[in-house]
Ligand binder design. Structure first.
Ligand code: SAH
Length: 230
């Protein structure tokens, strides 16, 4: 009996060890082939993409595709963005370790984890309760103590914690919510997929001397922003 337990735990250790290695290799390949070849050069972004175990953020049956060059379904009609898009948006924010960041659209929690690798504090809002709860447990389990999740309509931002050095919106919206512009710090940067669905663009928004500037950065497709009741 003892010997059986010994053998099975031995096999478990080997098996676990191999699967860890497989994902680590896939993650390194993802960074090399999908990010470095496409002008992702920011060291902090590349390190964060290397550090966060993306396969933990996707449903079990999609783990083998976690590091593919594409978005994946996470349930409730929502998706985790393609790795390149996550890295692009992160890089656009020019994050510093002391920054406080707001994310609208927690989803799986993957983008929040990438941000949490780089900055001091991440505040993230999710409108679909079940997704928010799963993401919260997942981030806790992975040890991200610098991420706070709130359930609700992110349109209104997170007033009590404003201003934010950076804001990232991960659902596509017609126009930029006014409360988010208000909650952006002086010198802050926001990246948001906005415009009509057929011609959506990632917009980079900056606030300099109180003046808002927007710049089109990349044509994209995103799941639609959902409006709450209030
Ligand atoms: N950043 C996520 C991907 C998000 S997909 C990740 O890394 O996995 C877009 C997410 O935005 C979905 O989870 C969707 O439920 C959420 N969302 C849509 N409208 C929202 C709103 N008004 N407030 C907060 N979250 C919203």
């Amino acid at each position: 009996m003892d010997i059986l337990i010994f053998i099975s735990s031995f096999l478990f250790v080997i098996n676990f060890g191999f699967s860890q290695d497989r994902f680590t290799t896939q993650r390194k390949d993802m960074v090399r082939n999908q990010l470095k070849t496409r002008q992702i050069v920011d060291k902090a972004t590349l390190n964060a993409m290397l550090a966060v175990p993306r396969h933990v953020f996707v449903p079990n049956n999609a783990q083998k595709h976690a590091y593919d060059d594409r978005p994946l379904s996470i349930g409730k009609g929502q998706t985790i963005s393609q790795p390149y898009i996550v890295a692009f948006m992160t890089q656009e924010l020019r994050l510093k370790p002391e920054h406080k960041v707001l994310e609208i659209g927690t989803g799986s929690g993957y983008q929040a984890a990438v941000l949490a690798e780089i900055v001091k504090e991440v505040f993230t809002i999710e409108i679909i309760e079940s997704l928010g709860q799963i993401a919260k447990r997942r981030l806790e389990k992975l040890g991200y103590q610098n991420v706070k999740i709130r359930l609700g309509d992110g349109y209104h931002g997170w007033k009590e914690e404003a201003p934010f050095d950076a804001i990232i919106v991960t659902a596509g919206i017609k126009s930029i919510p006014e409360p988010l512009l208000d909650q952006l710090a002086e010198g802050g940067r926001m990246i948001i997929p906005a415009g009509p669905e057929a011609a959506m663009q990632l917009l980079l928004v900056t606030k300099i001397n109180g003046k808002i500037k927007t710049k089109k950065r990349l044509p994209v497709r995103f799941v639609p922003f959902i409006r709450g009741k209030n």
